[in-house]
Design a protein around this ligand. Structure first.
Ligand code: HEM
Length: 490
């Protein structure tokens, strides 16, 4: 017995030592970074997540390009506008891969757009972009759907009669209805329990994917697959979303609306039929299910949280709110629906909307990419199939490009004469071949929702509340802490 114990101890010691040597060997050609431990890499020191503050600390020691280890997988982090832009724009093609993490492989099986790769990603992405374009962001397309949702939201908020309220759920439903119009061809009543469940499950799914449990699943799949825990809910939630979409597909097929396609499902079903004999085609039902999930998850939370930041920041900066009201009153003299074009006549308001996105930076450190070819970055030869994180947060707070990186300041987007001034380091949607697919739609939504609400309301703190917390909660996205607001009609 004693001998067996000693043998096991020595065996484990050598195993760990061997793992350590293997890590050092793998690390020899990578940019330097904090020393990894065998098996867990730097996960412990990173508190098992990709928190922007951890990266801010690491960059002070290791510069604008360094390696951290998520378990036994290296991740090269790029920090600041220059390093990120050089990688994303000058090496757009080489940087166009996405790591298929263990979790995502089991959740989405490499289908859809967000975590697919190669030929399938190219076909699905091109199709998604083309369909959004066909559905049209112009006057008679999605723009009018956004105006309709903004108007509905306005009526719901007005009905609260200035009582303190949490706006998050109403905003999320409004934004989810814009995506529903694009993919399902119809909106849902805000009281519809199935829709409420869909939105809630969608939120849970996103949170699950970005949680510590998700990261543990990626690092130790063989163990986590067998363990009970919150990570198991991710699979249940994904199945709920698939079943919901399967039902929508069935309704579309019964309605035979494919002759005159009116939404993404119509277009996609027509595409499956058109390419059925083509061996190169990746258009099939599993891809359709995941494309819809991708658009719904990527397109709802992101815009909804940006709008929650917008209202919170108006509470925190009443003088800025006042300036917007003045500009709107001077420029928009009639009561017709707000259009995307209106932003050009409202430079101050447009600057505030941009600053909300910069300051709120919902994408946190960004989404991990994977090299699909060897790349030379900042003197390092990075091999194919290495994970790389172009840290979006570090770009939106790069002190070389922003006068007051951690202070909300619309002057970041205004010249001395008060005209709107773009800033090249404004990359909340990332850049390159994998830039956010919904960027245009999101920009339309932010302009139309924010200006519609600001024209109609004043946002005030509830009685007795004197401070506004503008810190963020880190989930997969960076979100404001829950808050209440009194919404007063102007
Ligand atoms: C304020 C709103 C939004 C922000 C800040 C945002 C930001 C981002 C970011 C940072 C990425 C990662 C890009 C990369 O890999 O570097 C991304 C990807 C993506 N976004 Fe958005 N997004 C927003 C809204 C939307 C909307 C409304 C949709 C859907 C219509 C959408 C669909 C997608 C998709 C499908 C991808 C994956 C693209 C790919 O891998 O090829 N997003 N987004």
């Amino acid at each position: 017995m004693w001998f067996v114990q000693q043998f096991l101890l020595v065996f484990v010691f050598f195993l760990i030592f061997f793992k350590y040597l293997k890590l050092r060997w793998k690390a020899r050609s990578l940019p330097p970074g904090p020393s990894p431990f065998p098996l867990i890499g730097n996960l412990w020191t990173m508190r098992f997540n990709l928190h922007p503050e951890t990266f801010n600390k690491l960059t002070k020691h290791y510069g604008n390009m360094y390696t951290v280890w998520l378990g036994e997988t290296p991740l090269i982090v790029l920090h600041g506008y220059k390093a990120v832009k050089n990688a994303l724009v000058s090496h757009s093609e080489e940087m166009s891969g996405r790591p298929v993490t263990n979790l995502m492989a089991d959740v989405s099986h490499g289908k859809g757009i967000v975590v697919s790769n190669g030929h399938s990603w190219r076909q699905q992405r091109r199709f998604g972009l083309m369909t959004l374009r066909n559905l049209g962001l112009g006057k008679r397309g999605l723009e009018s759907r956004i105006q309709e949702e903004a108007q509905n939201l306005l009526e719901i908020l007005a009905a609260q009669n200035g009582e303190p309220m949490d706006v998050s759920e109403f905003i999320t439903h409004a934004v989810a209805n814009v995506i529903s119009a694009a993919v399902f061809g119809h909106r849902f009543s805000i009281d519809d329990p199935t829709f409420q469940k869909l939105v809630a499950i969608n939120q849970e799914l996103i949170e699950g994917l970005g949680s510590k449990w998700g990261i543990l699943y990626d690092a130790f799949p063989w163990l986590m697959k067998r363990l009970p825990g919150p990570h198991q809910k991710i699979f249940k939630n994904q199945e709920f979303m698939y079943n919901f979409i399967r039902n929508e597909i069935r309704i579309h097929q019964q309605n035979e609306s494919l002759e005159e396609p009116d939404d993404l499902i119509d277009h996609y079903l027509a595409q499956i039929a058109k390419t059925s004999g083509d061996p190169d085609s990746t258009f099939d039902t599993p891809n359709l299910l995941q494309v819809v999930v991708d658009l719904f998850t990527a397109g709802t939370e992101s815009t909804a949280i940006s709008l929650q930041w917008a209202i919170l920041l108006m509470l925190a900066y009443p003088d800025i709110q006042e300036n917007i009201h003045k500009e709107i009153d001077q420029v928009l003299q009639d009561s017709s629906a707000i259009t995307y074009e209106d932003r050009k006549r409202l430079p101050y308001t447009n600057a505030v909307i941009h600053e909300i996105q910069r300051f709120g930076n919902i994408a946190a450190a960004g989404v991990i990419r994977r090299s699909v070819k060897d790349i030379s970055l900042d003197g390092f030869s990075i091999k194919k199939d290495i994970n790389i994180l172009p840290n979006i947060d570090s770009v939106l707070h790069d002190p070389m490009y922003w006068e007051t990186p951690y202070k909300f300041n619309p002057k970041h987007f205004l010249d001395k004469d008060g005209n709107f001034k773009p800033n090249e380091a404004f990359l909340p949607f990332s850049a390159g071949h994998r830039v956010c697919l919904g960027e245009q739609l999101a920009r339309f939504e932010l302009v139309i929702f924010v200006i519609t609400l600001m024209r109609a309301f004043r946002f005030r703190l509830p009685k007795g509340v004197t401070e506004v917390n503008t810190n963020y909660v880190f989930k997969l996205t960076l979100q404001p802490y829950p808050y209440k607001v009194c919404i007063i009609q102007r």
